[in-house]
Ligand binder design. Sequence first.
Ligand code: NAD
Length: 338
Amino acid sequence: MVFCRDEASGLRAIVAIHDTTLGPGLGGIRMRDYASDSAALTDVLRLSQAMTLKASLAGLDFGGGKAVMLGVAPPPARADRFRALGRFIDSLGGRYIPTEDLGTYTPDIERLRETSRYGVGVAPSLGGGGDPSPMTAWGVFCGLRAAIDAAGMQPGVKGKRAVVQGVGKVGLALVRLLIEAGADVAVSDVDRTRLEEAEALGARSVTNDTAHREPCDVLSPCATGASLNEQTIGELGCRIVAGGANNQLANAQDDDRLQARGILYAPDFAINAGGLINVADELGPGGYDRARALATTERIEPTLRRIFEESKRTGTPPGRVALRLARERIDARRGSSR
Ligand code: NAD
């Protein structure tokens, strides 16, 4: 962990590198008004671990890393804070490679790149793949097809009722895909302007606090983490949980709770890997190749089919199956380097 503080810009940030067995820690920078410093620390640790698992399961040669910036910075301090964070990240010599996440955007990464050699998710004009969020949404959409089949529902998204919680970069892109495919979509968010954008696409808004209770086929968490906990799981109105948010489960037992309620959970770090795949591709041979990133992202669907099949065969909840598969690859690499 690296605690970063820059008096001039007001930057306060934490970088966490969880595991570099498969390669350098790759993961986004989150910017939020945290309730406390310890909440920020918990978030960055949980997120960096999720990135390790996500990269491994997606077959990428990267480890897990994440950064959180404490407090939402308005311009012009915002640009200065990203430049300051860039200096800290550069000093790590490539052990952590940042990109965007909740509350951060492509221009932020471009400011950071002014002071750091490391940073992906930059604009195509700078040789990057741009904002990774649409690819994250595409991966969730592909994974959802596997979940629908595994839940024994009529195949395809057409006619399904979906509730998307959080319609930011990922959630809104997912709403667009769902509506284009003929789903009936409801949305919730804490930000009214985001809801209006989703409504303009044909979604209807529901109250944020009760969105999880809406009777539907699919609940798609696309905001902050831990939205699935002992209380909310008891109240869920869906048959499938499949969303873009990181760390959707408050703790490991929630995987069992979902299974006990007969709700199919698409493990978050399996289904939301599209954005990570897209930014990792910028570092692949020859630089960013959209067709290659798309093909790798579409492998999320067979990966989920495998997870659901094994879960059904062994009675193990899907989250734990995904965890085992992710760890297996890391352990094998560790063993072969001994
Ligand atoms: P974003 O900041 O663009 O959007 C988040 C949205 O959630 C905003 O509209 C915000 O108003 C809303 N929100 C915040 N708190 C909420 C709450 N309590 N209830 C309902 N809505 C709330 O972020 P994003 O990049 O779309 O990321 C969303 C989630 O997906 C995060 O968990 C992120 O870590 C995860 N994720 C993102 C990517 C990516 O490519 N951007 C990739 C993988 C995972």
